[in-house]
Design a protein around this ligand. Sequence first.
Ligand code: FAD
Length: 264
Amino acid sequence: MNILVLVKQVPDTSAIKIDKETNTLIRTGVTNIINPDDLAGVEEALKLKEKYGGTVTSITMGPLQAEAMLIELMAMGVDQAYLLSDRRFAGSDTWATSKILSSFIQTLDYDLIIAGYQAIDGDTAQVGPQVAEFLDLPQVTHLSEIIELDGDELVVVKKTDYELDTLAVKLPALITTRKEMNTPRQMNAFEIWNLDKKKVMIKTFDDLSIPLSDIGLAGSPTKVKKTYTRPVTTKAPKVEMNEVDAAKKIVDLLYPYMEVKSHG
Ligand code: FAD
């Protein structure tokens, strides 16, 4: 099975600033990480490859600095990677980004496309579904599990706040993954040793078959009118109690946000 995983390098959202002129995010000089939902997708792709054979290819659209992320993914076991990078892509909203990605994907041979459910900076969750639409592929979003490959169908579990469905989707298809699905593997010595046999292939607008008017700000129907930081208006409640009760209260308040790890 040949699997394409769409990955996005995202800025550390706590360090982000906004260009007031263009209302776009300033990404230079900010620490970057691999979008967590995409890392889950890479892990699922590698597990599928281990079970059924094939290849795993990562694709990102972004600045040249995203090459480091792709090398990291290859050190985890990804076979090859494409970086779509061109100044003419700058200003692309989710629509234009999806156009660029799908136009390039059309040139590849694949059975399955995996995208993250959403990126932690843009947060729209639009790119995966739009790529599926542009490529005329069936899609299943919000996955919590991939059960098996059954003939030419992938059996998956879709989990949202309202539903838990087991679905079979005919390949080729696009699925979106969430970070809760798995714990991504680390880079390993064997793959790092093999890195010289792998490469990041850089592609530009000239490798695509779409007009210039489809990309960048010109091809982006989203117009950001205004951005602002929401002022904090609510005051934290003040409660007086002894240390023991205070400790219990803090644990109760934090418990829903804590990741409970088993050491068994
Ligand atoms: P989501 O839709 O939440 O992402 C879902 C999944 O899609 C991800 O988990 C990942 O698997 C995949 N995915 C998303 N983006 C990519 C990607 N680039 N490559 C591969 N896979 C991907 N961003 C810039 O970097 N430079 C700009 O100049 C710029 N200009 C913009 C101008 C406007 C008017 C707007 C509205 C946005 C702009 N953006 C720019 C942001 C950019 O459009 C989004 O970051 C991008 O389209 C992805 O949207 P998202 O973050 O909501 O991703």
